[in-house]
Design a protein around this ligand. Sequence first.
Ligand SMILES: Nc1ncnc2c1ncn2[C@@H]1O[C@H](COP(=O)(O)OP(=O)(O)OP(=O)(O)O)[C@@H](O)[C@H]1O
Ligand SMILES: [Mg+2]
Length: 407
Amino acid sequence: MGINIVEEELGRKSVFMNEEKLSTDYVPSHLIHRDAELRQLAQFFRVLMQAPGTCSKTVSILGAVGTGKTAIAKRFGAFLEESASLRNINLKYIHINCRKQKTNTLILTTIIRNFSPNIPLRGFSTAELLYLLNEVLEKNNVFLLLVLDEADYLLRKNNSADFIYDLIRLNDDKLNAIQRISLIVIGKTINYYNLFDISTLSTFQKNIISLNKYAINQLKDILWARIEEAFYEGTVLSETVDLIADIASQWGDARLALDLLWRAGKYADKNFELKIAPEHARKAKGDIYPVIRQETVKTLSKQQLLTLLSIARTLKKENKAYITMGDLEEVYTVICEEYEEKPRVHTQLWEYIKELEMESIIATKISSKGYRGKTTLITIADAPAKIVEKKIETILDKYSEKQLKKT
Ligand SMILES: Nc1ncnc2c1ncn2[C@@H]1O[C@H](COP(=O)(O)OP(=O)(O)OP(=O)(O)O)[C@@H](O)[C@H]1O
Ligand SMILES: [Mg+2]
């Protein structure tokens, strides 16, 4: 006798068959609606397979949150390594997240360690590390496909444009040198290009792949494909998928769609229900305001959190749609006192605001009428100030607990 399906169903406690397929770092083997972009990448980097070493290539991938930038780069990196090994070309793909590896030195150290794990690297300058990197690549006779993900973070620092320039031009001063490094730079917007000099800029401008936000039907396709991998058959109602795609299409964000799906599944499990209904998705949505999602806020520094908390409290206090820097600074000083932090100077606070804006957590605009002179107005995009306040307070409390434990 085969498996008793009735028994199996009765014993089942979860809608999830493979929950890990919904985790943030899982990259599906097929990226739906991104074939064209993958092909574009393949064409750009074709020469690495056909005539390795003859030239180095640089491509930039741009797109909003959750448009698949990281996923595409990872998929492409894996494909290219596979093609290289079929041709006996020694090519290594390395993915660096510049939000985590915040400095040039850290990035270079990480890459070099990939090839020589035990090499002592402390105290070297960027120039020395670049030299070492070149040596290590030569010694191992290896070609490198380097992905600098979330490069907006790196490029905000003043010396990083030079750093990328140096990476691209590593071998230019040597006659007939073998070109070993190719680069994919990933960012959210084109803004950072201003930092480059003309010749680097021209290298980039020729090769930009822009990812559009996903439309509702594309999100549905992405959801259905993932449902097949992650859930038992028939557990997700199609109305639920429609609703989730509808919500996420406001931002065109596949990560938000998948996150909502996962949370909806969790709600179904919690209630011992075997079907994921629209109601579960609605509940899931109540948990997430895209701007204060866990992955976003957990990477903020204490000062960034204090700044965000100040903005939320000021918005509440003033009961206005937008606040000014002046309104904010008063509240910020008080909050720093409350959390026993030294308030930072005006220009530094301004930096935090720009960083939060880059995360799309807050938005700023220049005032028109009704204010004296031109002044910057600040608001929180897409979430009630009260909820942001609560969330940030909780995180800051955890911060203090951790610090207490340390002492
Ligand atoms: N075309 C696609 N097919 C299947 N899954 C996708 C597709 N595009 C994105 N995803 C999934 O959506 C999630 C978000 O994608 P990804 O992390 O690549 O976005 P991103 O553009 O790098 O966002 P961010 O700007 O926040 O870094 C991932 O879980 C990814 O696997
Ligand atoms: Mg990404």
